[in-house]
Design a protein. Structure first.
Length: 347
């Protein structure tokens, strides 16, 4: 009797959050395998610092894509926005403070470049939202087209070559270690996650996103300004893509139109793996964060095997995405609650 009473809340929670539960189990298994097979790498602080520098690049993009998928859309332009804004920021910084400029001039250039990048990202996202909300073009077609548009702009600006020669101050700021341990890109990702959490769970805007994703027609008839919501959502995604571009700019110390070519697929994989419904209306931030960590641990684990080339990464991510979609479809049809021996809601 006691055991049954104790297990009931656990069963209910597992049934209610199947994606989070599944990811938590996968993460534990991956970490255990990592620790046993690559013990030296696992316990080396450099390994974890390297992860903390790498995953904010695609993690920030995934947060933006998550919002667009919650409303039933998708944003395939995030990499194009990231590279375009990174190139624009790099060009602006080099024009204000060429290499070797004094500190005040360099810090001014950094501040101007960050502001410029976020503003351009917002404009690019708003452009996506306008075409989707006002012109009524499907999100997948709009963002696929603007990905090529933004990438083309980036190529024109640089002539297809890397934009390098950034002021030293940018590298100094982005290479900071808080308390001597925590990399600045991780701090940026944490702050961005907190902002998204506040938007999703503490504001009327977040509630309206779920309503819009559940039923756009009903949301429209209930008085919601759906066009405005769509534009603001894609604007937010553009801002997060621009923030990812700034992190990439710091990590590579340059910007190029084809950096992060696999990140679009990776961002979509993270969001779907995290349990966000591609049709909109449901999804948890905790699942997406867990998915980011799981894929970064998997990527770092693959890096420790020299025989596995980076050329296999798109194949791996694409295969995982298809597997996740198949598992999700099976779960919807059969109900995860059967695995725990309880009768629950299959949704």
């Amino acid at each position: 009797m006691f055991a049954s009473t104790t297990l009931t809340p656990l069963r209910d929670r597992l049934t209610r959050d199947p994606h989070v539960t599944r990811l938590a189990v996968i993460l534990v298994l991956l970490l255990t395998f990592f620790m046993l097979v690559k013990t030296k790498n696992f316990f080396g602080i450099a390994t974890w610092q390297s992860m903390a520098v790498q995953f904010p690049e695609f993690g920030l993009m995934a947060l933006g894509v998550m919002l667009t998928m919650i409303i039933g859309g998708i944003d395939l332009s995030v990499v194009g926005v990231a590279n375009m804004t990174a190139i624009g920021s790099a060009t602006l910084m080099m024009s204000i403070a060429p290499t070797g400029a004094d500190s005040p001039q360099g810090y001014l250039a950094v501040a101007a470049a960050i502001a410029f990048s976020l503003i351009v990202g917002a404009v690019a996202g708003a452009f996506n939202g306008f075409l989707i909300a006002k012109v009524k073009i499907p999100a997948i077609l709009v963002t696929l087209g603007t990905f090529e548009l933004f990438t083309g702009i980036a190529v024109i600006i640089t002539g297809g070559k890397p934009a390098s020669g950034l002021p030293a101050q940018y590298g100094e700021i982005m290479a900071q270690r808080v308390f001597g341990i925590i990399p600045m890109p991780l701090i940026i990702f944490i702050l961005a996650t907190v902002v998204i959490a506040l938007i999703m769970y503490k504001t009327a805007f977040g509630t309206k996103l779920y309503m819009l994703g559940s039923n756009e027609t009903a949301a429209r008839f209930s008085g919601l300004k759906t066009d405005n919501l769509i534009i603001r959502t894609y604007m937010t995604s553009g801002i997060y893509a621009a923030a990812a571009g700034l992190v990439m700019l710091a990590n590579y110390n340059s910007a190029k139109a084809d950096y992060g070519s696999t990140y679009t697929l990776l961002a979509v994989l993270i969001v779907v793996l995290g349990g966000v419904n591609p049709n909109g209306g449901s999804g948890r931030l905790s699942g997406v964060i867990l998915a980011v960590v799981v894929l970064q641990v998997l990527s770092s684990l693959l890096n420790t095997f020299p025989n596995i080339s980076n050329f296999y990464r798109p194949l791996i991510w694409g295969g995982v995405l298809l597997l996740v979609i198949v598992v999700n479809q099976w779960t919807k049809k059969n109900g995860l609650s059967r695995l725990f021996g309880v009768k629950g809601n299959k949704s």
